[in-house]
Every structure is written in C-alpha cells, then in structure tokens.
Ligand binder design. Sequence first.
Ligand SMILES: [Zn+2]
Length: 298
Amino acid sequence: MNRVLALAALLLAGPAASAATPAKLKVFVSVDMEGVAGVVSPDQLGPSGFEYARFREFMTKEALAAVTAAKEGGATEIVVADAHGNGQNLLIEQFPPDVRIVRSWPRPLGMMGGIDASFDAALFVGYHSSTDNPQGVRAHTFSSARLHSVKLNGQVASEGSFNAAVAGHFGVPVVFVSGDDAAVAEVRAQLGDVEAVETKRHLGFHAAETLTPAAACARIAEGVKRALARRAGFKPFRIPTPVALDVTFKNYRPAEVAAYLRAIQRVDSHTIRFVGQDMLEVSAFQVFLTNYSLELEP
Ligand SMILES: [Zn+2]
C-alpha cells in the first residue's frame, strides 16, 4: 500500500479504531449463596441463621471479586442480580457507584431478573448443584422444600443450565461459574467448557471442605479475568423451541391442582409438564409456579 492509500485507510477507520473509546462490554452477574465458600447449612443462608450476617458479607465479597475483575477485564457496564433467599442479601453499599443491583422477588426472569439482549456476557457466582444431583452442598433447583426434579426438554436442569438458557434466549453466553465441585461439574457438563472456580469440595448435603473467603475471592477474580479474555470463544446456550418444562413436586397436591389448567399436562402423580414457545414463557411459568399462593398479601 502506498502512503496516500495508507493515510486514506487510517482516516476512513475513524474514531472506532481509537484506543480512547473502549469497546462496549456489558456484563450480567447472577449471585446465589449456597455455592459461596464456607456455606454448608441454613445457619449461613438466611436471616434466622446465627452466621448469616457474616456470610452475606462473604457473598458480597465474592460478587465484588467478580465485579472488580470484570471491570479490569474491560466491562463497561455491570448489573448484579441478588438471586438467593429473599433476594436482599448483597450489601449494596459495598459496590462501586456505576454498578446496578437487582433485588427482591417476585420479579420477571427470577434469578436472571434484569438481563436482556444488550448484555455481552453472564457470570454465575455462588451457584449449587441441582435437585436431581445426589451430590453437592444444598443441592436443589428453585425450591429445596417443594421440588424434587426439574427438566428442560427431557434433560435434567440445574439453576445454572436453566438460567443459562434464559441468557441464551437473549443471545448472551455464560462465561463463568463458581460454586462447589458438584455445581461446577454439573454446569460444565450441561454448558460445555465455561471458566469455573470451585470454592469448596462437598462432603455431604450439609458438609464441605472449603476455601477461605479470601482464597475464594482471589480465585474468582482470576477466573472471571480468564473468562472475559476468551469470551469470543463462547456461544449462547440456546435450547430448541418449543421448550418442555417438567417439574416434579415433593408433594402430590401441587401436581393435581396445576393440572386443572389446560396448558398443563399431568405426567405422573407428582410431575407436570408445561410447554412454552420459548425460554421466556418457560421462565415466566417457573416464576409463577414458585411464587404463587392464595395467601399472598398484599
Ligand atoms: Zn440460593
């Protein structure tokens, strides 16, 4: 190329080529608590537990480790969804002022509340294995007390794969997950080679050999940086439509009563099937199912 052409090419490339304009990188972070380092029982997981105040601090620190690393990795905008228990666990005053936080329920898209097609990557922090998994600390899917099994298109769904499919509906790839070894193994089996950090090794439903909070935060920061550095290699997790959601309740009556609706099929004594045209409809049904009660006031 001669000099004139080279100059013309430079001029035509315009401001987009300038290093002063960082490329947009919008990151969504969904934060659960069962997979946070040190969490092993209800004593850490809710306001009535004697260790909850300390452990919501540790949960916040793990989320912050992901947020800080994402910013260092080029994130230009970050939304964090508090996706555990009452949805009001994260200590919001500890986050940088340019981060927005999604809190409380019920809300559209549940644990993924706040995501849309404008995001470029999703991160899962503090995740746990599914109710269908015999392994993992506090293994459950959406409700440890009420649900016995959850499947999407006949395949076992964890919260990780279900939420990844919600992100996938919007064309957003999940690039990182942290949680115990069972959660990480399950999510990677479902989604493929996402970056992952094991915060602890499960020894039982209520027991684990765990990293310290500081060690877990350091590994999460490293993992998120690795994930964003290779994010071009990730694809959104899209599942074929229409989407069949099978839910098996621990009790008999929710299946019986839900099956009064023509949109619901009774698969067996404890199982119903809802077929949605896409993950949005399935997610809306899941949010309805896990929130509706006639006793709700106001
Ligand atoms: Zn949780």
